[in-house]
Structure formats: C-alpha cells, structure tokens
Ligand binder design. Structure first.
Ligand code: SME
Length: 176
C-alpha cells in the first residue's frame, strides 16, 4: 500500500468507522516515527480526509489540526500542522477555546462559537468547534482543534474518538 492510501476513506461509512480508520492508520504511521512535526502533519491529513468522506455536518469541517506548546512564552500555544485556511499563530492559555482546553486540560465541545466568551475567530466561517488537549505526564504538550462551518458540528462521538487520538499522539511523539 502506498502512504496516500491511508487517507482514502470509503463512502457511506459511519463516523465511528471513519474515526476507527483514523486511529488504525495513525497507529501504523506513528509506530516507528516519533518526530512530532511529521506525526501531527499526517494525523491532520487523516482527520481532514475522514471528515470530508462523511455526511453533513462532519463534511463541513473547515479546519483540522494542532497547536503545540510555545516554548518561547509561558502559557502560550503556537500553530502546528493543520489542514484548512491560514490561522492565528499564537494563542495565550487565557484566550479562546484552545486556551480554555490548554488551561483546564479538558476537552471543549462548543456547539455555537458565538456563545463562547472569548472565542477567537481565525476564520469567520467557523460556527462550532471541538478542542481536545494532549496531556503527557500531566503537561499539556499540544491540542487538537477542529472547526466546523455549521453549528453543532460535533458531539460525544467526536469527543470520545478525538480523546483516544490525543492519547495515541501524546505517547507516540517526542515533545520539545
Ligand atoms: N477558534 C480557536 C482559535 C483557533 S482556530 O479556530 C484555528 C479558539 O477560539 O481558540
């Protein structure tokens, strides 16, 4: 199998099946590779193609990727590998949905970004968002961020699978 086939998702699969494929492919890709840039890049691609293979609202995802800990400034995230439009470069832990996930170490499931105080609109098209922290030895090393162009784009199925993915990614990379 060539590498690109890992991101080929069959039509008509359920969201659970698509996430299972993301997990399985990520496990394979990260098995003998611990570089975080390399690994987060491939996982962002897997997520993007998984969402695009699904019906609405998942196929309305307009951004999927990562922010990592910014070692130059305390309590700040910096843009990591992603798929979608150009995004904010740094985010303080005190700001936005990403900051809330990083500072609380808890997943933020936001059905309506306009109702979330301090939401940062990197792309005005985003209407809902889920952010999952990647915690290694009690330290937030990165967050997974997925935005959707319609409200209520994410539910507890997304939360459960993205949390599994965060655990896999956390233990499979050497973090700076
Ligand atoms: N909306 C996020 C900022 C990151 S972008 O969506 C890619 C937030 O409020 O933290």
């Amino acid at each position: 199998m060539v590498h690109a086939d890992a991101s080929t998702f069959a039509a008509n699969v359920t969201k659970e099946e698509a996430y299972q494929q993301v997990l399985d492919q990520a496990e394979g890709l990260l098995f003998d590779q611990r570089n975080w840039v390399c690994n987060l890049s491939n996982v962002a691609a897997l997520l993007w193609h998984a969402y695009k293979s699904l019906p609405s609202p998942s196929n309305e995802v307009n951004w999927a990727g990562f922010y990592t800990l910014d070692l130059t400034t305390p309590n700040q995230l910096i843009l990591g590998p992603f798929q979608g439009k150009v995004a904010c470069q740094t985010i303080a832990f005190s700001r936005g949905v990403c900051g809330a996930a990083a500072s609380t170490k808890r997943t933020q499931l936001v059905p309506d970004v306009d109702a979330f105080p301090g939401h940062i609109a990197c792309d005005g098209a985003s209407r809902s968002e889920i952010v999952v922290p990647i915690v290694v030895h009690d330290r937030v090393v990165a967050i997974i961020d997925v935005d959707c162009a319609v409200p209520e784009g994410f539910d507890d199925v997304d939360r459960a699978w993205l949390e599994k993915l965060a655990e896999l990614v956390g233990k499979s990379c050497d973090w700076p």
